[in-house]
Design a protein around this ligand. Structure first.
Ligand SMILES: NC(=O)c1ccc[n+]([C@@H]2O[C@H](COP(=O)([O-])OP(=O)(O)OC[C@H]3O[C@@H](n4cnc5c(N)ncnc54)[C@H](O)[C@@H]3O)[C@@H](O)[C@H]2O)c1
Length: 246
């Protein structure tokens, strides 16, 4: 199926993990994908996708670099004429309990996970408005909904994203633009690789599905929310967590 035929998508943080799986799946579904990431690894990811006959390119950009983002958006519009889908997937953790968290650890996470999403959406949205079409997708987290030990900064940003999506749903709905968040549970990626094995086992034991999620589980949720079938869904948070949030 080509559920994203002729669509142009930007996936932030698409060099690896959930973003990479999303870029791959979107391309298989007919989209042209531009990956924005800090990691050079993004070029390998894009090249591997291209080698399967799809359109995918990597641009080394930080979601914190407003000027770089604006330039990149202008270049994409010139080349592809539009951006239909923005997946605000880039995110970082700097975990510490409140009593130990330093100001810079708070700020770094706010800068990437919250301001980065604002920066990218602010740059892309006017072009969606112009064409009266858009799908804005954001990577929230189960921890943004429930809070999490050691994640004051991260949980705050992942909750903040939900409020931003709901706001954009209200502001941009009349332009045929939807804005939704996906809230993953425990997904196996480099981000969760740092968690000690015994804690991982404990976390998986609490998931009703009795397994950790894979990046493609989240990519599938983004695909649905980016598809025509989801055109009347906006301002929502889709939990993808094997049932753990129940
Ligand atoms: N893995 C999980 O269990 C899980 C759970 C809930 C939410 N999430 C969220 O999903 C998203 C993807 O997570 P993941 O597990 O694939 O993480 P990951 O660390 O494997 O990948 C994140 C990607 O974002 C990129 N990135 C970081 N800062 C950036 C910046 N300033 N500009 C551009 N790119 C930047 C990284 O280089 C990396 O390629 C994140 O927002 C994360 O918070 C993940």
């Amino acid at each position: 199926m080509e559920r994203l035929k002729n669509k142009v998508a930007v996936v932030t943080g698409g060099a690896r993990g959930i973003g990479k799986a999303t870029a791959e799946l979107f391309c298989r579904e007919g989209a042209s994908v531009i990956i924005w990431d800090l990691l050079e690894e993004g070029e390998e990811t894009a090249a591997a996708i291209r080698s399967q006959g799809f359109i995918c390119e990597f641009q080394k950009i930080s979601t914190t670099d407003v000027e770089g983002i604006e330039k990149a958006v202008a270049g994409i519009i010139q080349k592809y004429e539009k951006i239909d889908i923005l997946v605000n997937n880039a995110g970082i953790t700097r975990d510490k309990t409140l009593l130990k968290m330093e100001q810079n650890e708070w700020q770094q996470v706010i800068d990437v996970n919250l301001t980065g999403v604002f920066n990218c959406t602010k740059a892309v949205a006017p072009f969606m408005v112009e064409r009266q079409y858009g799908r804005i997708l954001c990577a929230s987290s189960i921890n943004g909904v429930h809070g999490a030990f050691g994640q004051t900064n991260y949980a705050a940003t992942k909750a903040g994203l939900i409020a931003m999506c709901r706001t954009w749903a209200k502001e941009l709905g009349k332009y045929n633009i939807t804005a939704n968040a996906v809230a993953p549970g425990f997904i196996i990626t480099d981000m969760t690789d740092a968690i000690p094995d015994d804690l991982k086992k404990g976390a998986i034991a609490q998931i009703p599905a009795r397994r950790a999620g894979q990046p493609v589980d989240i990519a599938n949720a983004y695909l649905f929310l980016a598809s025509e079938e989801a055109s009347f869904i906006s301002g929502q948070v889709l939990g993808v967590n094997g049932g753990i949030a129940l």
